[in-house]
Write a protein that binds this ligand. Structure first.
Ligand SMILES: Nc1nc2c(ncn2[C@@H]2O[C@H](COP(=O)(O)O[C@H]3[C@@H](O)[C@H](n4cnc5c(=O)[nH]c(N)nc54)O[C@@H]3COP(=O)(O)O)[C@@H](O)[C@H]2O)c(=O)[nH]1
Length: 734
């Protein structure tokens, strides 16, 4: 209900405003302090009710009343006054006021009067409003079906006005309005707001004789309702949406037949509304299902991180493109793109940075290609591209190079500036395969080759790669048997200090004595063993043999103080510590005789808590070395926290150390840092005397490399050690 407050005392006015403002069903649409302002506010707002002070300054409340009535405003008026002057009261009553309120009384009583003008709310009001919204009829255009019903109601009851009224939260809105120009009124003045509280027809034979309506603006003003009969429109679920009603300006009554007819028409209106509601519900259900299907389709076909299509869709599209191209034998290119060293980005900079990087790569790939090309993320750090409009294979390689450059642009993901490299494998239909399977396999082989050649490059498939893959598969088969047939052998490479007067130990290096192919180096079979799950058995055999050999040298009094054994990250399982302890015990060796070498990437491997595991090994007295130090992404800031005794500086820094200031600076920095952290250093791959001298200047502890010795068989070690001691008279083992 909208009200205007007319009161020249600010104190009383504010008191009323504060009180009424807390009531959700009453809205103050204007406040005035004098006559002019009051008339203007009331005629502008056309409120349902006015709280009117009689003693205005300047002006008069009675004048306000007269002026608004003259202007056709029939709002309910509650006079705020403690003036008991009878003449004044009579003048007010003549203007059709609704009551007096003594200003000296409790303001809550005033509120009670206002509430008396509000129709009661149905018990299921919230559900009722929801149901009303669900039929989508409010504020809809005029509809012939409903208009026919109200016209019929008019005719059958001989009434000047017939309505289908929907009772909204604060208003009644006419879905159909025969004989009445207006389309809505406030709910507070609506007869129908009362009718919806009934289960059957509600009749008001004489509105002026009914205390609920005798001061109703629609009764005392236009359209001057005297008679009302309304049938509630109640849904089967119990919510009354509104009514079908007739209005008359005369006091009258309906015959039973007319009431019956009105009820039948109301039923017709309700059926129509119900029908629409079902259609809407059905449409909404269809839309919901379509959205759900679209969502499921999106999930099934798209990669959620990048929004690119996924592996399944890529395959479908590849098959489709090949089908389309096969008639003309037009080339279709497939590029498989794998981000280089992505795991290290993830492990060292965190998954959020990794995700950002993948999104950037996806955007760059899409941004560098035509709309007809397809870009997919296959999972992890692997992407794929289909190029359906190729001139020839060379063009596929050109596009691949362009993509490589695009990916390689430095990124700024959060605070990190990254330069991302990728390896791209290229295969083209029909030259490299006549179906999706063959193309995917061949692009994959080419991609692996690009990676093996150092990454950051493209590789186009050739038959040689397929032959190589077959050979690798055959080798993997042989490796399984090799483990049972004890075909693995160990070679040992000595390590000595830089002044050459102390033997630091030997590193055990595994080889495979293949019955037909001869000696195979670990680089060819360790990665294969890691991916095929043989690495645990290889690791177990290597450790056992290395320790057995050390014990045998002890027996033969060959002075080898310590043996280093390489450990793959895959071996670092919780039971690893116990198996190492057991192996040492089996050969009667103390833990200080063993050094385990792990790579930097193993430190960040998933699954187990590697650092805790290494700390347990170290607490036993086993020495831990980081192998190939400097080529990974070790966080130097974290180094002091690691349970590490030795840094093995990678041979890539040694090769040019006598010529490259940069390499010398790196080695010097690592040595200084290791010293500060209480670690020692071993430099790998020392081949020349010049390199050795340079490393000595830089303060390295130990060297290992061809200069000292190539890896030797176990049998050759006693002789080598004897020679070393002989040639270095002060030599001793540490
Ligand atoms: N998980 C395991 N990994 C192992 C095991 N045995 C070896 N490996 C790893 O395989 C990689 C290759 O090893 P290998 O072919 O034996 O090469 C080693 C040396 O032969 C070579 N080397 C030594 N001195 C020089 C030199 O002066 N120049 C030169 N070009 N190469 C030299 O370096 C390899 C030793 O590397 P590292 O272990 O990093 O000290 C290698 O990564 C091995 O770690 C195993 O049992 N398990």
């Amino acid at each position: 209900m909208n009200i205007v407050i007319v009161e020249d005392s600010e104190l009383i006015s504010h008191q009323l405003i504060r009180l009424i403002a807390t009531q959700p069903r009453i809205r103050i649409c204007g406040v005035a302090g004098d006559e002019e302002e009051a008339v203007q506010q009331i005629l502008d707002c056309r409120p349902d009710a006015v709280l009117l002070d009689l003693a205005l300054s300047p002006g008069s409340g009675v004048r306000v009343l007269e002026r608004i009535r003259e202007a056709g405003c029939a709002a309910r008026v509650l006079i705020l006054s403690n003036n008991t002057d009878a003449a004044l009261k009579a003048a007010c009553i003549e203007q059709g006021i609704s009551g007096f309120f003594d200003k000296s009384a409790d303001a809550h009583l005033c509120l009670e009067k206002l509430f008396g003008w509000l129709p009661e709310l149905p018990r299921n009001e919230a559900a009722r409003l929801r149901a009303l919204q669900s039929v989508h009829l409010l504020d809809s255009p005029e509809q012939e079906t409903f208009d026919n019903l109200t016209r019929l109601a008019q005719e059958l009851t001989d009434a000047p006005m017939a309505l289908i009224s929907l009772i909204d939260k604060d208003r009644q809105w006419f879905l159909s309005h025969a004989g009445l120009a207006t389309r809505q009124t406030s709910r507070s003045v609506a007869f129908c707001a009362h009718a919806i509280l009934h289960s059957e027809l509600m009749e008001v034979p004489d509105a002026l004789a009914d205390p609920r309506f005798n001061d109703n603006p629609l009764v005392i003003g236009a359209p001057h309702i005297r008679y009302y009969a309304g049938v509630p429109l109640i849904l089967p679920s119990g919510e009354a949406l509104g009514t079908l009603c007739i209005l008359d300006t005369q006091v009258r009554q309906l015959s039973e037949r007319q009431k019956q007819a009105l009820t039948t028409l109301a039923r017709g209106a309700l059926s129509e509304i119900e029908l629409r509601r079902r259609v809407i519900t059905l449409e909404e259900e269809i839309e919901r299902r379509q959205q759900a299907e679209a969502h499921v389709h999106h999930l099934a076909t798209r990669d959620p991180l990048t929004g690119l299509v996924n592996r399944v869709t890529l395959r479908d599209r590849l098959e489709q493109q090949i089908r389309q191209a096969s008639r003309q034998q037009n080339p279709v290119g497939l590029l498989l793109i794998d981000v280089d060293r992505f795991k290290e980005i993830n492990d060292t900079l965190g998954h959020a940075v990794g995700d950002d990087a993948l999104q950037t790569i996806g955007e760059r790939l899409s941004g560098s290609l035509r709309g007809s090309d397809t870009v997919a993320r296959l999972g992890g750090d692997e992407f794929a591209v289909i190029l359906p409009e190729l001139a020839d294979t060379d063009e596929a390689a050109l596009v691949a190079n362009k993509l490589l450059q695009a990916v390689n642009e430095p990124t700024r993901s959060s605070e990190h500036r990254l330069r991302i490299d990728a390896s791209i494998g290229v295969a083209v239909f029909p030259e490299h395969g006549d179906g999706a399977d063959a193309l995917l396999r061949h692009a994959g082989l080419a991609m692996v080759e690009a990676k093996q050649r150092g990454g950051g490059r493209i590789s186009v498939f050739s038959q040689r790669l397929d032959d190589h893959a077959e050979a690798t598969a055959a080798l993997a088969n042989d490796l399984r048997r090799a483990l049972d047939r004890n075909e693995l052998v160990l070679h040992y490479q000595p390590q000595a200090n830089l002044t050459g007067d102390r033997l630091c130990g030997v590193e055990a290096l595994v080889r495979w004595q293949h019955p037909h192919l001869g000696i195979i180096g670990p680089d060819r079979f360790i990665p294969m063993a890691e991916t095929r799950g043989f690495i645990h058995e290889i690791g177990r055999q290597v450790l056992n043999r290395a320790l057995a050999q050390l014990a045998a040298w002890d027996q033969a009094q060959v002075p080898v103080s310590r043996i280093s054994v390489n450990i793959s990250a895959h071996e670092l399982r919780p039971c690893f510590v116990e198996s190492v302890e057991a192996a040492l015990a089996r050969h009667g060796l103390t833990p200080d005789r063993l050094e385990l070498e792990i790579t930097e990437s193993a430190l960040t491997s998933d699954g187990v808590d590697t650092l805790a595991l290494l700390a347990r090994l170290r607490s036993l007295g086993i020495s831990i070395a980081i192998d190939d130090f400097g080529v990974g992404y070790s966080s130097l800031g974290q180094l002091h926290r690691l349970p590490i005794d030795c840094l093995k500086i990678d041979k890539c820094f040694v090769h040019d150390i006598d010529r490259s200031d940069a390499d010398a600076a790196i080695v010097s920095a690592v040595v200084t840092m290791a010293e500060a952290l209480g670690m020692h250093t071993v430099v790998e791959g020392v081949e020349t005397e010049t390199q050795r001298q340079k490393l000595a200047e830089l303060g390295c502890d130990c060297v290992q490399g061809y200069l000292l010795s190539r890896p030797l068989t176990a049998d050759a070690i006693p002789m080598w050690v004897a020679n070393f001691i002989e040639n270095h008279p002060v030599a001793a083992t540490a």
